[in-house]
Design a protein around this ligand. Sequence first.
Ligand code: FAD
Length: 289
Amino acid sequence: MKISRMFDEKKALWSFEVFPPKPTADMAAIHRTLEELTELKPDYISVTCGAGGTGNRRTAEIAGLLLGLGIEPLAHLTCINSSAADVERSVEELKLTGVTNILTLRGDRVPGAEESKDFRHASDLAAFVMARGDFDLGGACYPECHPESASVDEDIENLKKKIDAGVTHLNTQLFFDNEDFYRFTERLDKAGITVPVQAGIMPLVKKSHVDRTIGLSGAKLPGKITRMIARFYDDPDSLMAAGIAYATDQITDLLSAGVRGVHLYVMNNPYVARTITGNVSSILASVNR
Ligand code: FAD
């Protein structure tokens, strides 16, 4: 089912993001992970891909496994290091797999890698994909502003171009302070952007996530979370429990405020997905009644 139709039918969606294993790794572990995530009955599961098209084949493979398990996949597709012919091949592969939902992304700049002559922005990719089939397109957005934009207002003007090119729903970059999300959605309202926006929530449950997330996303860390990290950084069980509690609290507040959905960056960890889903399931059910 198209994700835009899911938004028509439900007040708030619940979904997960997974990443494909390395091309050399075998698929058995990810298959088990997908089975466990499927049991939690999310509305859909998104599958990331590497910039440069390198991850696209595995993305399609995992999307196919999800379809086999009866879960709607949202396949990420990047363009920053791809030619039109590369993207054409990836889109064809996704179509043959049975994928209808695609998250159209520019992709992060890879230092030293040759950049595409055919695509500069995610909006170029969205227009290209729209012309190649009956797809439902999502796009990325940034409550704390994309780092390359001079201002949030400029970022939102550019977001409109993505929507004009065919994107019908948005997933946010991870954030840890809900006030940033609320300020962002107020700006979207003022700009006349009415497509549903799902909040991207990343439970900080492992030392490695803490290190990588802080470096990569550039997300602002509120005092509440820096205290949690400082206290439990070297205590894995407590960091797991505290990270799950923080994410649960964030999601409870977002659902109370009427968010159209939560997309959980579960980092291929079914335990984290299961625990948080259990924590918020009655609230989610109440919102969707
Ligand atoms: P764009 O929408 O192209 O935006 C990039 C910059 O260009 C912004 O500053 C924007 O304001 C500006 N801009 C956009 N359109 C225009 C225009 N028409 N004219 C002028 N300026 C413009 N990366 C991966 O490699 N693989 C993934 O699977 C992946 N998944 C992601 C999922 C989510 C939900 C999010 C939020 C990010 C994801 N990323 C992924 C990271 C993403 O690729 C980077 O954040 C990248 O830097 C920007 O991608 P974008 O699609 O938002 O780009």
